[in-house]
Design a protein. Structure first.
Length: 89
C-alpha cells in the first residue's frame, strides 16, 4: 500500500537519507506531499538547503512546542513557515 500524506515532518539527520535528500526526491517525483523540516540546525545554510530542496516549513527542535503546529497548518495551506529563531537571511 502506498502512503501519500498531505504533510510530512522530516528530520535532517535520518539514517540512509537526510530529510533534505528525501524532500528533493519527493519534489523530483512530483509528489503532492508538503514537507516540514524539523531539526536542531538553525544555520542559514541548512535553512536555505531545506527550502531549496522543496520544503515549505523549517522548525527548530528547540521551538517544537510553539512552532510545529503552526508550521504544519501553514505548509498544508501552501505557505512557507520558518521558525522565528532561525538565523535565516
Amino acid at each position: 500500500m502506498l502512503i501519500k500524506p498531505d504533510v510530512a515532518v522530516l528530520d535532517i539527520s535520518m539514517p540512509h537519507m537526510t530529510g533534505i535528500e528525501v524532500t528533493a526526491e519527493l519534489k523530483r517525483n512530483s509528489s503532492d506531499t508538503k514537507v516540514v523540516i524539523l531539526t536542531i540546525h538553525g544555520d542559514p545554510d541548512f535553512v536555505r538547503a531545506g527550502l531549496d530542496a522543496g520544503a515549505l516549513g523549517y522548525v527548530l527542535k528547540s521551538d517544537l512546542v510553539t512552532d510545529l503546529t503552526e508550521a504544519i497548518s501553514s505548509v498544508y495551506e501552501g505557505r512557507i513557515f520558518v521558525s522565528p529563531n532561525c538565523a535565516f537571511l
